[in-house]
Design a protein around this ligand. Structure first.
Ligand SMILES: [Zn+2]
Length: 288
């Protein structure tokens, strides 16, 4: 009898989760794409093969709020990049034609309630100024990093409008192999976890649809899915340029690698991996 009521409560909890995640959907808003050498993106990569790299914002519609995870390249990226990126870094950081997320969303009357940043690097924070009215959630360490970091990691003009920061700390609640997490709406459909290393307050986002499909947006811990399946670091020149803490970044790659061994259906989405993202499609196409 006790077992039956336990099973019933488990069933109710599962129903409750899917009911709360009902209607949850996301779309990758592609703001730019570029081409680079495979070898620049991942350790042991090919020197003759080219790969596509995207700059996306992830648009997420939950019944409680509409969110943007990262912002992609914004309306002012040419002047931000032109004026503040050191000339010697420019060739490595090139991007293609830009279609800002704000332009794409305004066209359809979509209003964003909250922005979450995987980290504050220039190519993720570029469009903050296009959403000056929207609060931006980030861990304390990352907000502090945004105040002290310098180009090429960060372009100060991107924060000059006065970001409406909402700092937070993770809670000691384990989730998917991470010791700490933050469940955004209390229904486990959108859960942030720390991924510090690439930057001090880098984070990842687990998104679970009502049917159980689970996605893990990993920011720049690795630029390529191969970085986790390997695990493999970035190309050494690239990682020296962009990874704040090599050992911590390696530890995160290993952690996600181990998680993938157990959760074989988990879909890991690195922020710039066009090969992974092409399979999900781009806004106005939704994953739901
Ligand atoms: Zn980055």
């Amino acid at each position: 009898m006790r077992l039956r009521s336990y099973l019933l409560s488990l069933l109710l909890a599962a129903n409750c989760l899917s009911a709360q995640a009902e209607g949850l959907r996301f779309a990758l808003v592609k703001t730019a794409e570029t081409e680079t050498l495979d070898a620049f993106t991942v350790e042991g990569g090919n020197w003759t093969e080219k790969v596509k790299a995207n700059h996306v914002a992830v648009l997420i519609q939950h019944h409680a709020a509409t969110l943007l995870f990262d912002t992609g390249l914004g309306r002012q990226v040419d002047s931000q990049f032109g004026n503040e990126m050191p000339w010697w870094d420019k060739p490595l950081m090139q991007y293609g034609a830009v279609t800002p997320a704000r332009d794409q969303l305004d066209r359809d009357g979509i209003r964003v309630d909250r922005i979450l940043l995987s980290h504050v690097h220039w190519d993720h924070a570029s469009a903050l100024a296009d959403f000056p009215e929207v609060p931006v959630w980030a861990p304390y360490e990352e907000i502090e990093f945004s105040e002290i970091a310098t180009p090429p990691a960060l372009l100060p003009s991107q924060f000059a409008h006065g970001v409406n920061w909402r700092p937070f700390t993770f809670l000691p609640v384990p989730f998917m192999g991470f010791e700490e997490s933050l469940d955004l709406f209390g229904d486990r459909s959108l859960v942030l976890v720390p991924l510090s290393g690439h930057t001090p307050g880098s984070l990842g986002l687990f998104l679970t649809l009502a049917d159980g499909r689970r996605f893990f947006f990993t920011g720049d811990a690795s630029w390529r899915l191969e970085g986790f399946t390997g695990p493999k670091e970035k190309f050494w020149v690239s990682r020296k340029l962009v990874d704040n803490d090599r050992e911590a970044t390696r530890a995160q790659l290993q952690k996600v690698h181990d998680l993938l061994q157990k959760e074989t259906a988990l879909i890991v989405v690195p922020a710039h991996d066009a090969k992974v993202q092409d399979q999900l499609g781009y806004y106005p196409q939704w994953v739901q």
